[in-house]
Design a protein around this ligand. Structure first.
Ligand code: ADP
Ligand code: MG
Length: 205
């Protein structure tokens, strides 16, 4: 089973992905927790290029191609082999993030982004995608609470994040079969419960 987490930065994806992995491990269900961009030696190197604050000259298309390259390697080298072995693969962001950030948030044509997403992943679609829904304002509040240096992606402005936010909700609406939208203002425990209930139901079916 392939499970992805989506949402704005600070929505709680990494928190929930980790909790889900721990939960599955406690039930002796084999699982692997991955993050995007990253998860392989090559993909982690690409991650450094994408997030480097010095790379102000990076074009939207270059950025998208780098995300896609990182993802393509991750899918071939890690995700597909683990799914074949029967593992639950949990991925902290996947191609919906590219659609939301680079197309809705950026300037790239939706159709082109979708096509490259398909090519980069060989059409591998998640079984469940959890969208943790918090507004950009709320995300900014949490970011300020944290207070340390922002990376290149986090440095973009509120207008950009409003577009990304709308993008995620749009994508969820168009893919109702695999999306579960969760109110990110609930407590960490409440969100975790919704996630485990959804995953248990899917594991039984
Ligand atoms: N449901 C929640 N309510 C309040 N704070 C949360 C919640 N989930 C996560 N956080 C906090 O918000 C911050 C961002 O969480 P994180 O899981 O790293 O988000 P993301 O991976 O989406 O960027 C962390 O400080 C985390 O402890
Ligand atoms: Mg995270």
């Amino acid at each position: 089973m392939f499970i992805t987490f989506e949402g704005l930065d600070f929505s709680g994806k990494s928190t929930q992905a980790k909790l889900l992995g721990d939960y599955l491990s406690s039930l002796k269900i084999k699982n692997i927790l991955l993050r995007e961009p990253g998860g392989t030696t090559i993909s982690e190197k690409v991650r450094e290029i994408i997030l480097d604050r010095e790379h102000i000259e990076m074009t939207p298309l270059t950025e998208f191609m780098l995300f896609s390259a990182s993802r393509s390697q991750l899918v071939s080298q890690i995700i597909k082999p683990h799914l074949k072995k029967g593992h639950v693969v949990i991925c902290d962001r996947y191609y919906d993030s590219s659609t939301a950030y680079q197309s809705y948030g950026g300037s790239l044509e939706l159709k082109a982004v979708k096509e490259v997403n398909e090519i980069a992943t060989g059409g591998l679609k998640p079984d469940i995608t959890f969208l943790i829904d918090i507004s950009p304002i709320k995300a900014f509040e949490r970011a300020n609470l944290r207070g340390n240096a922002k990376d290149r992606m986090e440095n973009k402005n509120l207008k950009f994040y409003n577009k990304v936010y709308k993008g995620f909700r749009d994508i969820a609406n168009k893919n109702k079969k695999r999306f579960v939208v969760i109110n990110g203002s609930l407590t960490i425990g409440q969100i975790h419960t919704i996630i485990t209930e959804t995953v248990n139901k899917k594991l039984k079916s």
